[in-house]
Design a protein around this ligand. Sequence first.
Ligand code: PMV
Length: 332
Amino acid sequence: MKFDDQLFATAIASPNIALIKYWGNRDDVLNIPSNGSISITLANLVTKTTVVFSPEYSKDTLILDSIELSGQPAKRATTFLDEVRNMSGISFNARVTSENNFPMGTGIASSASAFAALALAATSAAGLQLNDKELSILARKGSGSACRSIFGGFVEWVAGNSDQTSYAKQLCASDHWELVDLVTIVDTTHKRVTSKVGHQSALTSPLQATRIADAPHRLDLCRNAILSKDFELLADIVELDCNMMHAVMITSNPPLLYWQPATINIIKEVKYLRSQGIPVCYTIDAGPNVHVIVEKPYKHDVLECLNSLDDVVEIISSKPGGGAKIINNGST
Ligand code: PMV
C-alpha cells in the first residue's frame, strides 16, 4: 500500500452564527459549555481542508491560506490530530492544508468551520467512519462552536455535562426559514482577545451566573421562535441573549469590550428599522462586527440602509447552509 495515495481526505464546512450564545465552559479542556446554544450554519462561506497522513512526514504541518502556521495555532491542531491518532491507532504525522473563501478576523467564526472540516477530513483520512454525533463531539474539542458546524440549517448544541453528552444536533433543515445573515464588517483587524481566553474569564463576571441560570428559558424561546417562524419572538430573544453575553464580557476581569462606535450605530439602525415593521434583528460575537438577521424579502431594503452608514467596510450576505461534508478521499 502506498500511504500517500491512501490516507488523505478533503472536507468542507461552513461557519455558524449563534442566536443563543456559548460563553464560558464548565470544562475548559474538553470545551463542555456552561450553557446550551443555538445557531444557523451559513451557506456560501466555506473552509476547505485536506489532511494527509504519511510515514514520510517528520512532524505535523499546518498550512492556512498558503501560510505555514507555527506556535499556538499549530500546537492546537497537533493536539487535535493526536485525538484522531488515538481513536484510529495511526501514528503518522499529518500535513493539513486549509483555505477559507472568506476573510479571517471579520467576526465570522473561522474556528468553527476550521475544526468541523478538520474533524471530518482527519477522521476520514485515518479510515474512521464517525456518525454526526461522534463528529460533533470530536469537533467540539477543537473549538466549542465547531460542534454546531457539523450540521446544516438551524442547530442546537445541548450543553451536557461530560464528553459524551455534549454535542450538537439539527433542529431544522436550511430551507425551513428564509433568513439572511448580513455580516456587517466595521473592522477587519484580527481580534486581540480570542474566544478561548474569553471563555476562561467569563466566570469572573458577577453577571455570568445569572446569564447561565436563565439560559434554558432563552433556549426554549429561541427554539419555539424558529419552529414557529415567529420573527418578533426571535428578534427579542436573540438581541437579549447577545446583550447578556456582552454584559458578561464588559464586566469580566479583565474587561472585554469588543464594540466600537460603528457597532452601536448599526444596533440603533436595526432597532429603528424594526420599529418601522421590518423583520430585522442584530447579534454580535467576540468582535465589533454585527450580524444583521433579516427575513429574505426585506434583505435589499436593509442592505441599502446599512450601506449608507459611516464606517461600514463590507457586508457579506449569507443564507442558512449545509453541514460538513467530504468532497474527496483516498478511496475515491
Ligand atoms: O467556539 P469558540 O471558542 O470560538 O467560541 C465562540 C463564542 C461566540 O462566537 C462568541 C459565541 C458562539 O456561541 O458562537
